[in-house]
Design a protein around this ligand. Structure first.
Ligand SMILES: [Zn+2]
Length: 398
């Protein structure tokens, strides 16, 4: 070969120039279709599968191919009677998928990790009005009430929720690279973040310790994940309370040491006695209230020792008033209570590590996902959720 170095330089320059002039505004993997299906909630208790063109991406936008999305209690409420007045809306906020196309400005996720085509991601909050806000500004603030994909009214782009084939993640959204988590773990991130936050709130009381006796009341997905988070944190002595034997069995899988079925005990005195027995003759140091039942809220004080603590997180939405006796339940026992709602962005990132640790100590969190439906069976999926069958229900695309 007798190509001289000057020739090589010339060739390289030509190649670089041609790349520069032809460089697309966004990069993508080869097979992005022209349209995407979405599940549009068009009236109460009815999704229509609709198809829309996939819009052009802005320089800060990301197109994600949806792999799966959990069905949340919030979705079930919205499906049933549109309390948030969002119809028509593409729901689904507990979703995850793979980046298939990105605007040229997209380089890193909200935690500073690089983002590339093929990475698996989740979204959290959208800060449309202030895209400069960073996750670290919000560490102390509960992010409830912020905009979230899957709870946005429909617009001309349509790809606003995770119950779809594709979602358009716009600049100013928080997005996290979670390629190191499997699909089931990624679907569980959002509900798990609620419990990471609750346990962080509980820790602020100074009462929750490694060797604390902890009672968790309510063994739906939230109570069960609460047990798993406590277990992953090193809490050994956990008593679960629920009215369903099946859920209590599940509580043991998640790390509960003992269980109490409230249906087997008539009256609050007997129930409190059963909780005390389950702790070997002691009341709880700390309690997590994970049901939306006012009666359950009133009952839980009876499970807590003098000087103990309570985290109330069951009333994600207004479930009515509860009747307690302030003297016996709070004052004379000197109970320290905290409320917990949603999570901070810091909790969201902590959740990724929690999911790895839970796996590491053998907690089968993936079993929480008891039902998986394809997108075109979404009406059935929501009906199953409303019937309170199973635990976590998910839409999973193939
Ligand atoms: Zn949710």
């Amino acid at each position: 070969m007798d190509i001289r170095s000057t020739d090589i330089e010339k060739i390289v320059r030509q190649v670089l120039e041609s790349m520069g002039s032809d460089a697309p505004a966004s990069t993508s993997s080869a097979s992005v279709p022209a349209t995407s299906r979405v599940a549009m909630l068009t009236k109460a208790e009815h999704f229509d599968i609709q198809e829309y063109p996939i819009p052009e991406l802005g320089d800060d936008d990301i197109l994600v191919k949806v792999e799966g999305c959990g069905v949340c209690g919030t979705d079930a409420h919205e499906f049933k009677r549109d309390p948030f007045s969002l119809i028509p809306v593409v729901l689904g906020h507990e979703g995850t998928g793979e980046i298939v196309k990105m605007g040229k400005n997209v380089k890193k996720d909200s935690a500073g990790k690089p983002l590339n085509i093929g990475d698996k991601v989740v979204t959290c909050m959208i800060f449309k009005d202030n895209p400069d806000i960073t996750m670290f500004d919000l560490n102390k603030q509960n992010v409830g009430g912020a905009d979230v994909y899957g709870l946005l009214p429909d617009d001309d782009k349509h790809l606003n929720g995770w119950f779809a084939d594709y979602i358009l993640v716009r600049g100013g959204s928080t997005i996290f690279n979670v390629s190191d988590l499997d699909l089931d773990s990624r679907i569980l991130i959002e509900p798990c973040a609620v419990l990471i936050h609750a346990v962080e709130r509980a820790k602020t009381t100074g009462i929750l310790r490694f060797n604390s006796r902890v009672v968790v009341q309510g063994c739906g997905p939230i109570g069960l994940i609460c047990i798993a988070v406590l277990r992953a944190m090193g809490t050994e002595n956990i008593v679960a309370v629920d009215g369903e034997a099946k859920r209590l069995e599940f509580a043991k899988l998640m790390g509960a040491t003992e269980t109490v079925n409230f249906k087997e005990h008539k009256g609050i005195e007997a129930l409190a006695g059963a909780v005390k027995d389950a702790f070997g003759g002691y009341l709880a140091d700390f309690a997590f209230q994970c049901t939306g039942s006012p009666v359950a809220h009133a009952n839980i004080y009876k499970f807590i020792r003098n000087g103990g603590g309570l985290c109330e997180l069951g009333f994600f939405i207004n479930g009515g008033d509860a009747t307690i006796n302030p003297h016996f339940d709070i004052c004379s026992k000197e109970i320290t209570t905290v409320g917990s709602w949603v999570y901070t962005l810091r909790d969201y990132v902590t959740t990724f590590d929690f999911l790895k640790r839970a796996k590491g100590i053998g907690l089968p969190l993936e079993k929480l996902i008891t039902h998986k439906y394809p997108l075109d069976k979404i009406n059935e999926a929501l009906e199953t959720n409303l019937k309170m069958e199973g635990l976590k229900i998910a839409i999973v695309n193939d």
